[in-house]
Design a protein around this ligand. Sequence first.
Ligand SMILES: [Zn+2]
Length: 418
Amino acid sequence: MIEVFGTRVRQARLLRRMTARLVVESTGWSTARQSQIEKAATVRLAAADVEVMAELFRFPAAFFTSEPQSRVTAAELLFRAPKSMTVGEKDFLATFASLAGDFLAELDARSKLPAVKIPTVSVEQLAHSSIAVAAARLRATMGVEPDEPLDDLTYEAERLGAPVIVRRRMPGEWSSEFAATGGRSRDERHLGYSAWVGRMRDRPLVVLRESDSWERTRFTVAHELGHLVLHSQVDCSVNSVHEQEANRFATELLAPAAVIAGELPRVVSLLNLQPIKARWGLSLGSLIMHLRDSGLIAPTKAKMLTSQLYSRINQSTGHTWGMTEPGWQDRAPERPRLLRKWVERCYGGASVQMLAARESMIYPADVLDWLLATQRPAPAAERKPVAASAGTARTASVPAAAPSRVVRLDDFRRRGRT
Ligand SMILES: [Zn+2]
């Protein structure tokens, strides 16, 4: 007999998007038995049963016998699910965060991750202050001057102890969100979520859906940082007001209104906003909302600019500027690197396949690939030779960052600017 954690059985099922009924049919367990196993803290199963589970869920048997650390529920995600999102999809996202949290805890035990320095605020603090002040505090924690544009926001987030995972697109996944990405409302474009993971819920985690748009990727990281700063101490689930607050925080973090006020031309147009977009690294769409919300332009003016944005056609893509703005190719989308770096540090630059083959590894190769595939590899000089095999075939499609935007990787724990 083997002692198995019920939570692990449930996590494996949710991650594979299987119904309880399918498990019952595949294992020959009764419905009551299946439910009893998932709810039990631990349960003793025959070795043959564990083998059946391992095969059905495509997880190593060691996964089921390892004690779960992070147990993030769907309600705990800093995320407002689109109405069309199913319970199964939400459970999947929560389970993914839990497994990523356990993976991080494992890395942290081997080599301390960067200390968490996200300055969270309480509801009371926010009531007596403003979102602009909260965003300014995060900038100050990053060691960035108010009038200084943020270079690589993902790197800054990870340096403050918030690992970022960019989930590769899978056919059929998050389909409700894909359908919504053409929408005009920023609310509909939910490209990411964040959560506090680990046994003590003391490690912030940001998960993003992979996007080719550097503007959306950067805005989403800023938005999730907004949730982590503003809403970590909120004890209800994220609502539409929180979403607006996270959006306000994001634009203020990227481009403090007090500073860009001095850079605005007398008569604002889509043309003369473009240098501001390029300098501060946020989309024209977000910039227009930001100027409106900060009272720097009138709502009618914002409306006019937005409708121009959605009527002009980008000749190289055939889409409106609202979809692909001028400057859409000016930068490569930001990609995280902390996880990859820590895997190299702890396991010596192993590929996903080599990592999955380790006896102690409790995750299957495809889950490791979800965690690591889009991570930016370390610069060649820093890499051990074996690391060159780490998912090269799959990362090859990610456009390389322009040399000027490459940030030194030497030490995430270092304070101050690169
Ligand atoms: Zn949000």
